[in-house]
Ligand binder design. Sequence first.
Ligand code: SF4
Length: 433
Amino acid sequence: MTVDTHDSAIVGRGNRDGAQLFREWYADLNRDAEAGRGAAYVFVMGSLSELLRTFDLPLVFPEINSLQTAVRHVAHEYLNEAEDYGYSPDICGYVKADVATQLRNGRLPMGRIPKPSIAVYTNACNTYIKWAEIWERMYHVPTVTIDVPGSRADGLKPMQGDRDFDNDRRYVAAQIRELIPVLEQVSGKRFDIDRLREAMGHANIMNVSWKRVLELNRSRPSLFNALSDGTIFLGVCNGFRGSAAGAKYFSDLVEEMEYRAARGIGTLTDEQYRLIFVGVPCYPIFRRFTELFTEHGGTFVHSTYLWFASGGSNLGYQYDLADPIEGLAEGLLLGVRDAMDSMFFAARPLAQMIDEYAIDGVVFHPIKSCRTVSTGLADTRRELLQLRDVPSLFVESDMMDRRVVSEAQIKNRSDAFFEGLASRRQQVAAART
Ligand code: SF4
């Protein structure tokens, strides 16, 4: 496909602008660290960025910082340092990279990050709670856990008007109301509900746009690779949630994807196999991992990562701006619950994805150091295979630790997977003749 002058201004803009936003983001954090300002430490599943922004607290996402060390091929230095300090090789690699970052006074390849003044997080991952205790011990800062009730059963999605749902929303709203005075104390700023309303308005644009971007990838050829391009979009989705810059980025991204869809501008020139990625990416060989699939004409058109790590944006949820606290509570409840469902009850949504995105194969990527997402993937695979007759690959490695990432082994497995896909396609074609 020849790309004309006009195309080049739009096509690829999401990747370019995303990279630029992140350069600016780290430059801001570096300035804050040098100025000795304290930050709010948060996590991607339920960050409450909309609220924290209104107190002008710099936001630090330790998961994003840690994965960046792996993408930049220095994670092993951070992991070794934390292990020498006493942390087990067996625990979440993000935690250990962050511990080493704190021991290095916030120094990362991207610049320095500020120390925490507070940590705010949910129970979406049990590691969040133990991780925050490390900062509590290191810096004696307040740590606030927002307890978000999960789904009671697979497929059970109570909504407004349901007694359990209303009770759950009130429970979350009460915790947000308790958090506000703590944030006032930490930041020295009075809570301003109009600023919250404004931030939630930006998040509404982001949410509806992210949902649209994901839906647009049903196009054939697919418009972006959910693993490589999608991770850039996801970073902006988390880091810029509730900001005007984030809302603009996502409006532009919808425009780019609609433009590409209308002109058939795909991520691959010859798309052969449409895949779903399940799990957390292999950051130590991030680009190469994707190439092992694109070299065979395979592209990831969707992933569970873009689902659970988007903080609920995938749902396109629209906050009620008339009642911001209740609206925020409901959005947090639905978003975090949906993220937890992606781990506990993934099979049926995956089956739906297979149908909607015309999927040829599913790649499961369980990893050593994230048990939260990896535990149960084998069961999910078995359950999915009962629902849909679609080939799957189960390949294990890690998101941080290159000691347990074998590129040769992944290549062997992916090569065999594509041989299977090709032979299956031939058999189907032969059966038709
Ligand atoms: S265990 Fe997994 S979900 Fe939890 S913090 Fe680590 S990487 Fe994130």
